[in-house]
Structures are given as C-alpha cells and as structure tokens.
Write a protein that binds this ligand. Structure first.
Ligand code: NA7
Length: 536
C-alpha cells in the first residue's frame, strides 16, 4: 500500500492529525510498517499537551516510569526520569528526544491545522485540507487530536479593557512570565490552577485566587527518582509494562488494592487506611476502599476525610471552609498537588469566592460581588472543551456528506472509541467510548496505535481497502459505555468528562470506565476477524 502519487487515487496512505504523544507514536508505527504518512500539527513542535501547557507548576499526575513509550526497549532503557512525577519541561524534552531519535519530524508539517476531511465514497479516500491551503488525498485519516486540546476561551465581560497582561495556562508563552512584584489573579481551581497557584504564589507580590468551585486534591508527594526503583524496573521493563497492561488504569499503583468496602472496618481502621493513602500520595487515595467510586456512603467517608484534611492544613477557618468541596469525590476529576492547600497560609495569598460568577473584568482587575480586586496579571486556568471539542472543530464528513459533529450532536457515538459508523477508514486515537482519560494515557495510546497499525497491515495483506464500524456494533457499545458510567458516581456533577463545563454541550459520559475488559475486547474483536467492523 506504499502508493505515494499512485493511480489508485490517493497521494498517501495515511494522514495523522496532531503530533502529541498519540500522533508521534502513530507516525512511527506506520513508518515501521512501511506505510506512507503525513502528520499535521498546529504547534511549532511535537508534544501536544506538553507543548501547549507550559504554565508554572505543570506536571504529570502519572508516574514518569510509566507515563512513557514502550515501543523501544533501547529508548526506555536509555531515558532517565529525574522525578517520580516529571514536570512539563522534562516531558517535552522527552517528546523532542523521541522525535529526533526516530526521525518522526521528517513526516510532520508544523504550524499547520487540518480544517476539513471529507470522505469520497467513489475512491474510498479522505480528502484533507489544511489552513495553509494544501489539499491531499489519503486512504486513512487518523485523528490524534487529544482529549484536552480545545481550550475554552475566557469570555468575561470587559476582558478587552484590562490594562494589565493576561495569559491562558493552555496557551502559555514560550518565554518565562515574570510575576515578581506583581499582583496576580488566577481564575480556575481545577488540576491546572491547583498546580500553578503554589508556584505563582512564591513569586508574586500578591496572589488572588478566584474560586468558583472548590476541589478535592491530594498531595503528590513528588520526589527525585529513586535510582534503585528505576534500576529494578529497567531490569525487566518489558515485563513491568506487560503487567501494567493488566491493571485497572493500565498503571501500577504502589498500594495494596483493598478488597474491603469502607464500612467493613471500624472508624479507627478506616481513618488509619485513609491516612496511609494520604501519606502515600497521588492516585492511591481513591483506591483505599473499593466502593469509594460506587457507593454514596463510601464516597462520603472519603470526602469527609479529605475535607477534614483541608481544615487541618489551612490555618484560617473561613478560608478552610471555603476550600472544602461540597460535591462528591471523583465527580470532578480529583487533583494531585504540591503544597496547594498550604499555599493559603501565605500572607500574600487571598481566596476570592466567585461562586456567584465573576461580574466583569475592569481596566484594573476583576470585579466580584461589587468588589474590585486590583491586578497586574490575570492567569486563566478555565479548562477545555474536552474529548470531542477538537474533532468537532474540524469539518469532518463521512458517507453521504454526514458531518461528524451533526452525528455527535447529542453526544459522541463510536465503536470502541476507534471508529464511528458512516466514517470508513477514519480512526480516533483515545476517542470517545474508549477508556482514554481514565487511564495512564501513554501506554493506552500505544495500545490504540498498535491496534490501528496492525489493522492497516491486515487490510493491506488481505487486499482490502476499507474498514468501518458497523452500526449494529456501535449502538450496543455506546449503551455499554453508558451502563458502566452509570455504575459510578463520576457523572454526578458538572465536569469536563460529561461536557458539563461547556454551555450548550450535550451531557454524556463518553469514557469506557474499565480498561482491563476494554483491552480484552479489542483483542477479541481482532481474533474474531474484526468483529463489529465491515471490511471492504
Ligand atoms: P478544569 O478541571 O475544567 O478546571 C477549570 C477550572 O476553571 C474550574 O475550577 C472551573 O470552575 C473554573 N472556571 C471555568 N470557567 C469559569 C468561570 N467562568 N469563572 C470562574 N471559574 C471558572 O480544567 P483544568 O485545566 O484545570 O484541568 C483539565 C484536565 O487537564 C485535568 O483534569 C487533568 O486531567 C489535565 P468549575 O469547577 O467549573 O466551577
């Protein structure tokens, strides 16, 4: 199928959209399989999320030894992560290293976005156009567009009048922003705000945090990489990776998985177990008992423990009270922080309750409840149109001109999160209906990349031109995704999983919450001759 400029009616085997971790891995895989490929990336370099989100304090929530590629044994042996949870600059330099080492950039056109992708039924090709005016025809179109790549523009009244500078965490300048001597306002207390606030507080003269909804957060307990731990993993990295693929988040968590429910133990033991998870830090907290995500009483016990912790850390009782979340744990993605709550004990940090909304931005600051807070710099950490936002911003049309965003108007519909019926030869990496953001993303991206690469090779070997999700496979899959989501409490409040943070967006929980059965299903589908897909 190596047909560049061929007579079959297409210029290239595959177009890959996006050069984050998914796009890079996809390009490498396709080249390994000897397919021709072109990748288009909006940014000026590789890295995706880690290219754009360069705000102070940006850091990964998954341990670096696991949040990394496994396709090359030499790569995983050679690379040394300096901390348990790597910071953004280190992750970006890893992405750049991978791009150099595997000559991935040769296949990427930077500073270029795909504006439309239309399927031509006669030739079974995707006609793709870029914002630079280039058109090309590809047999396959692979969307590696990321789940958190469509930033929400701050649309506050008066923003244009603001006399100071403002920044968005998700579009952070490449030069350092100097907060020294400045009065800074941060809007947003999700994972991003919670990472940025302690770091900005150390530099700024005065920091005002504008909080609409308080968040649960657990300390990361980040530390320099333990060299013995690293050596142990590297002694048999392949096996470590293979084991992790069998774990619920595709990730090894250094806690004993507790078979007990919250109220199987007495209050004293419950507290001790919560305390052990807190001291462990990171993602361990939610696995202290097995029913925290599924029963209200289990969830409340954990939530109460975490609220108590805020009360213990934050000295001013009124501030502590304001910081305590009222929602249940997990229905907004829980955060992992470094010194977040303790930051409110600093003399230069003020918490501003904007739960009734920010009234307006003025020339000199932010006005809330009739009070103007004077600022030199505003940092917006206000989130993303997640999961479908970037896909819906591209004019994608399948059979009979059907627009993907119209098909998805009431929420995304896809089979395995890999393909959507009516859109042959179009793939989404970590797409809606796959476990995506509820897993350790790099390994699960690689699972999709391998699945898609192997699928294309199979089509080539079998002299087949197309693959398309069948409607009668997609419909029950969408139902299954929803049924699993309904067994958790995660859809219970407005959050970016469900689209609840975007005005007018359909509320759907488009994430398959069980990685282990998902991976098995993907393997089963292949073993059964691509069951649920029509091959043509
Ligand atoms: P999030 O988690 O969506 O957080 C956005 C924050 O911004 C959240 O606290 C919002 O409050 C707040 N927000 C949004 N709009 C406004 C307005 N208009 N006024 C005041 N506050 C506002 O995005 P993040 O970037 O922090 O994290 C996204 C994911 O990236 C994260 O989960 C990690 O997986 C990586 P709200 O809660 O909506 O009231």
């Amino acid at each position: 199928m190596n047909n560049a400029g061929n007579t079959a009616g297409y210029d290239i085997d595959a177009v890959v959209v996006g050069a984050g971790f998914a796009g890079m891995a996809m390009v490498r895989k396709l080249r390994e399989l000897d397919f021709t490929v072109r990748c288009f990336e909006h940014g000026s370099d590789v890295g995706g999320t880690w290219y754009w989100n360069r705000y102070p304090g940006a850091r990964c929530d998954a341990p670096s030894m696991q949040y990394s590629y496994q396709f090359s044994e030499e790569l995983q042996q050679d690379w040394h992560w300096t901390e348990i949870y790597a910071a953004q600059p280190e992750i970006l330099s890893y992405a750049q290293h991978v791009a150099d080492r595997f000559s991935i950039r040769d296949h990427i056109t930077f500073n270029t976005s795909i504006t439309q992708a239309h399927y031509d039924e006669k030739t079974a090709c995707w006609e793709v156009e870029t914002d630079a005016g280039e058109s090309l025809r590809a047999r396959f179109c692979i969307m590696a567009t990321g789940n958190l790549s469509s930033r929400l523009k701050p649309n506050f009244e008066g923003l244009d009048d603001f006399a100071g500078s403002w920044y968005q965490t998700s579009n952070w300048p490449h030069e350092q922003v100097d907060f020294t001597g400045k009065r800074v306002g941060v809007v947003g207390t999700g994972s991003t705000g919670i990472q940025a606030i302690p770091v900005i507080a150390e530099q700024a003269k005065q920091l005002s945090v504008f909080q609409r909804t308080p968040q649960f957060s657990v300390p990361a307990n980040n530390a320099p990489q333990d060299l013995e731990y690293e050596a142990n993993i590297k002694a048999d990295y392949a096996n470590f990776r293979a084991q992790n693929y069998t774990k619920p988040l595709a990730m090894a968590i250094d806690v004993k998985r507790n078979p007990l429910k919250t109220f199987d133990v007495d209050e004293h033991e419950r507290r001790e177990r919560f305390e052990a998870s807190w001291n462990q830090g990171g993602i361990a907290m939610q696995f202290t008992f097995r029913d925290s995500a599924t029963t209200m009483e289990g969830n409340e016990a954990l939530s109460d423990y975490l609220r108590d912790k805020i009360g213990e850390i934050v000295a001013d009782p009124a501030t502590a009270e304001l910081l305590k979340p009222k929602h249940i744990f997990g229905c907004k993605r829980p955060c992992i922080d470094t010194d977040y709550f303790a930051t409110y004990n600093r003399d230069n940090v003020t918490l501003v309750d904007c739960s009734a909304g920010i009234e307006r931005i003025t020339a000199s600051g932010i006005q809330v409840d009739g009070v103007e807070h004077e600022l030199d710099i505003i940092v917006f950490a206000t989130g993303f149109d997640a999961i479908t936002g970037t896909l819906n911003n591209i004019d994608i049309r399948g059979r009979r001109g059907l627009a993907l965003k119209d098909k998805w108007a009431d929420g995304p519909r896809a089979y395995l999160g890999l393909q959507s019926a009516g859109f042959p030869n179009l793939f989404t990496i970590s797409g809606p209906g796959s476990p995506s953001v509820l897993t350790n993303m790099v390994p699960t991206i690689e699972q999709h990349v391998n699945w898609i690469g192997d699928c294309l090779a199979h089509l080539r070997d079998a002299a087949l031109a197309t693959i398309e999700a069948r409607q009668d496979a997609e419909d029950p899959w969408v139902e299954r995704v929803q049924a699993l989501a309904d067994s958790t409490l995660w859809g219970a409040c407005d959050n970016w999983y469900t689209g609840g943070n975007v005005a007018g967006k359909a509320r759907v929980f488009p994430i398959y919450v069980d990685w282990v059965s998902y991976r098995e299903k993907c393997e089963e589908v292949v073993a059964n001759g691509y069951e649920g897909f029509a091959l043509g």
